[in-house]
Design a protein around this ligand. Structure first.
Ligand code: SAH
Length: 355
């Protein structure tokens, strides 16, 4: 018996799908109809394609699969944040979050299964990187979370941040393709301006973003503005130190003209002193930027503690006095482990075994 591997139908472009129908002796228009089921109506099963006849649906089933992601566990936090695990076709799990705040509806999406960067304070950093997400898996998360925004809050999705699991710049091509689809008129038609890609700081890839003249926003997870401290908490800093990342950001700004956002988790007795604020100020001044001071969310290892609120306020005030736009971001969705750095699916191991 020969087993032929079925093609993931969603990896085909519209012209390719039309062509497949023509080759089969059918009309190109049929390809268009199926494409709409896949992308406009988010069909997960060929049998739901009611305007496609029985024989054609069987032909589709024999030759293709739909590798869409599926919601397996959806939780709603006291503050309205919604988190879910998404099951991928090969059994892996990633997570995505909807963060509602007044008029803003923000989707936080994953770019990889796990992460290879082992940042000490991050829950995802404790998992291995199993694989990159495909552009479609990235796109699917946005579509699902966008539906939640409408369904639960009656509002359209306004922003997308790549701050879920994984390092987006280490899955560069797929993230770019995913964003292309999210922003294209055939996809969701969202504005690039509403998208933020967050990186732990891969200098070479930040320069590539500039060379590709991207129109979306860039955030750098800084967390320490001196190499000794940053090495301690983010091993990626050993090969991409602050000088290299700073140079890359200057290049990024020169070409794109886009202001960079620095994310800075305030850890108690580690990076919240006046001296730390001064170092941060010097680093930030290299490019037009703004700073988000983030409350640390415990990930269960007891290694770090969050800084005292008054220390955070003083730190922030110092930056503002010196001409930096700085805001303190209080965390959302903590009761369901949906806050920054808490995304590490508790059923990850189980999922690997089952599939
Ligand atoms: N790899 C990318 C995107 C994922 S992390 C990056 O590093 O930017 C998204 C944001 O959550 C980053 O700013 C990250 O530093 C932050 N984060 C990670 N763990 C956290 C924690 N325990 N508490 C608060 N923020 C955390």
């Amino acid at each position: 018996m020969t087993i032929t591997k079925k093609t993931d139908i969603r990896s085909l472009t519209l012209p390719q799908l039309k062509e497949a129908f023509v080759e089969k002796g059918d009309k190109a228009f049929r390809g268009q109809q199926v494409y709409e089921w896949l992308w406009k109506k988010s069909a997960l099963d060929f049998d739901t394609m009611t305007n496609i006849n029985f024989e054609t649906r069987n032909w589709l089933k024999e030759n293709y699969v739909i590798n869409a992601i599926q919601v397996v566990d959806k939780q709603i936090s006291n503050d309205g944040t919604i988190k879910s695990s998404f099951k991928l076709h090969d059994g892996f799990l990633v997570e995505g979050v909807l963060i509602p705040a007044d008029e803003r509806m923000t989707a936080c999406v994953s770019s990889q299964v796990g992460c290879s960067l082992t940042c000490k304070f991050c829950a995802t950093g404790k998992m291995d990187r199993a694989r990159n997400l495909t552009p479609d898996e990235i796109y699917d998360q946005v579509v699902i979370i966008r539906n939640w925004a409408m369904h639960h809050y009656g509002k359209p999705l306004t922003n997308i941040v790549f701050m879920g699991m994984g390092e987006p710049l280490l899955n560069y091509a797929n993230v770019m393709k995913g964003i292309e689809k999210i922003t294209s008129p055939e996809g969701l038609g969202m504005s690039q301006d509403r998208i933020t890609v967050s990186t732990a700081g891969i200098a070479k890839m930040i320069m590539k973003l500039a060379d590709d003249n991207v129109k979306f926003n860039l955030a750098l997870s800084l967390h320490a503005a001196n190499d000794l401290k940053r090495n301690q908490i983010m091993p990626i800093n050993e090969s991409n130190n602050l000088k290299a990342v700073g140079e890359a950001l200057k290049y990024f700004y020169e070409i794109t003209g886009k202001r960079v956002t620095f994310e800075y988790i305030a850890f108690k007795d580690f990076n919240e002193s006046l001296q730390d604020a001064k170092e941060l100020l010097t680093f930030c001044k290299q490019v037009p930027s703004k700073v988000n001071i983030i409350e640390y969310n415990p990930t269960g290892d007891g290694e770090f503690e969050k800084a005292d609120a008054n220390k955070i306020d003083q730190f922030c005030a110092y930056l503002e006095r010196h001409g930096i736009i700085a805001k303190v971001r209080r965390s959302r969705g903590k009761d369901i482990d949906a806050a920054c750095g808490q995304l590490a699916n508790k059923r990850h191991e189980e999922a690997l075994v089952i599939e």
